[in-house]
Ligand binder design. Structure first.
Ligand SMILES: [Fe+2]
Ligand SMILES: [Fe+2]
Length: 171
């Protein structure tokens, strides 16, 4: 890959996964409250942007090309994560369940990332085999990521939309 080229879709999404894993590890070993809060907010922002670019760009491109059940589960897993992300965003390190929420979110995300990255039967592998245009999708997602990051850095995270969850009043 030439230095002036964008990473392809899968490289971009995997780089996001690695970044968030590192932030979760840092959170786990952080001791100061303000550092924890800073890391948690960073995790929430990264995951919010990541889920949006997947839901707006990557997952729709996978529709009809990857296993339907796996794709449906991915949307539900995203929406489950959004509930915890909203809780963490609204709370702070003095809350009784703050650390537990970050920990459970990290476990949910680890499972989800495995489903996306698993060799052969994972979503990314299926999408790659189906011949999706990973360069075009990567460029689109990189542009959308920059736009969302800039927007959220200046005005905070939006209220999450969790279209797969109904009737619980939680989402
Ligand atoms: Fe992902
Ligand atoms: Fe995902």
């Amino acid at each position: 890959m030439a230095a002036d080229q964008q990473p392809d879709a899968i490289a971009l999404l995997k780089a996001d996964h690695r970044k968030v894993e590192k932030l979760f590890e840092e959170f786990e070993s952080a001791s100061g409250k303000s550092r924890k809060e800073e890391l948690a907010k960073q995790i929430c922002t990264e995951l919010t942007v990541h889920t949006i670019i997947e839901e707006e760009i990557f997952y729709p491109a996978c529709k009809g090309k990857t296993e339907e059940d796996l794709l449906a589960e991915s949307y539900v897993e995203h929406d489950g994560a959004k509930v915890l992300i909203a809780e963490i965003e609204a709370g702070g390190p003095d809350d009784e369940f703050y650390d537990a929420k970050v920990k459970v979110l990290s476990e949910e995300i680890a499972h989800h990332v495995e489903e996306e990255e698993k060799r052969v039967e994972g979503m990314f592998a299926q999408a790659r085999s189906a011949g999706l245009d990973m360069d075009a999708l990567g460029a689109q997602m990189a542009a959308e990521k920059d736009r969302l990051m800039a927007a959220y850095t200046s005005s905070g995270l939006p209220k999450p939309e969790a279209p797969t969850l109904h009737g619980t009043g939680l989402a």
